[in-house]
Design a protein around this ligand. Structure first.
Ligand code: ASP
Length: 323
């Protein structure tokens, strides 16, 4: 029996076309990836919804929450065996991680996209879409959290990041690698997440920003977050999780004003930990109240803090939440 797959389109290059005269890639009036049922129904019964038609730099946590709600509402209307979401690649990892934190379905939720628009030579959109549907139909993909499928590989939302501006092999999971691969005949998954965290979120009122730390950075830019009334800040620190002394002073001002600061490393391998005891070193930052995020990138820590701060009914212990 064929699986029922909810296919949700949000836009991105997979839904765009290149203009042969100007060379620019733009969304067209109608989405070229919508209505491919004659190609897709050999794999599954497709329930298709065009949620947005947006380039992914236009996607915000508001659309991410709408997507989450759309999936939840659809489960009340249809019997769903899996979900596939087409999405622009620029912020795909953020939407994937948001959905990973805010849904707890057994069935697979799989995001995919394309690096080449629909009318370019070697367009990868329909190919990736078919592979994503095959993964969403796979029994082995159940209970694995939100997955990303591109270029014959299956990745977990937790690890995945866009690593190349243009290569079709852009999505990688630094440190850990893909959790599976897709061949012409097989969907092969060789790894399961050790644990998943589910958080209920209804609203996204708080404001959270992020800064990359650099050599010689000064502290005044951090203090500007006080005037701008941000509710939280993520810092991509140096190495193991350190900052220049002037930044440590700025951090102190924010923490004194009860603005939580989450620290990740700007290195894309390894885990930020409080190791160094010098001024601005991780130990000093931890003693001041900075929270170290275990093993996620800055953009994902930012979404996690946003979600954590929005738990108004049952406030989360941020330190526990991030570890
Ligand atoms: N700029 C495009 C987007 O994210 C890139 C893509 O989809 O591959 O919408």
């Amino acid at each position: 029996m064929k699986n029922n797959i909810l296919l949700i389109h949000t836009g991105g290059t997979i839904s765009m076309q290149i203009n042969s005269e100007t060379g620019s890639v733009t969304p067209s009036d109608s989405n070229p990836i919508v209505g491919l049922n004659s190609k897709l129904d050999q794999f599954a019964n497709i329930i298709e919804i065009e949620a947005f038609h947006l380039p992914s730099p236009h996607i915000t946590p508001v659309e991410m929450l709408q997507l989450r709600n759309l999936i939840v509402e659809s489960t009340n209307k249809y019997v769903i065996d899996g979900v596939v979401i087409t999405h622009g690649t620029d912020t795909l990892e953020e939407t994937a991680y948001f959905l990973d934190l805010t849904t707890n379905f057994e069935f697979p939720i799989v995001l995919t996209g394309a690096m080449r628009s629909s009318n370019e030579l070697g367009a990868d959109g329909v190919y990736n879409l078919v592979e994503a549907i095959r993964v969403a139909c796979s029994e082995d993909a159940r209970g694995k959290g939100v997955l990303v499928v591109m270029n014959d590989e299956i990745h977990q939302a937790f690890n995945i990041t866009k690593t190349s501006t243009s290569s079709v092999n852009t999505f990688q999971s630094p440190q850990y690698g893909p959790i599976g691969l897709i061949t012409k005949k097989l969907v092969h998954i060789h790894q399961s997440p050790v644990k998943r965290r589910y958080v209920e979120v209804e609203d996204l009122q708080k404001r959270v920003s992020m800064l990359k730390v650099y050599a010689g950075m000064e502290g005044d830019i951090l203090e500007s977050f006080l005037q701008l009334k941000y509710d939280g800040l993520v810092l991509e620190g140096l190495g193991q999780g350190n900052v220049p002394p002037a930044v440590a002073k700025g951090i102190k001002r924010l923490l004194d004003a009860n603005i939580p600061i989450i620290l990740v490393s700007r290195c894309f391998n390894g885990i930020a930990e409080p190791v160094y005891g010098y001024e601005g070193g991780g130990k000093m930052l931890e003693d001041m109240g900075v929270i170290f995020a275990t093993g996620i990138s800055g953009q994902k820590a930012r979404l996690k803090l946003l979600i954590g701060l929005n738990q108004v009914n049952s406030p989360v212990d941020l330190k526990e939440f991030f570890n």
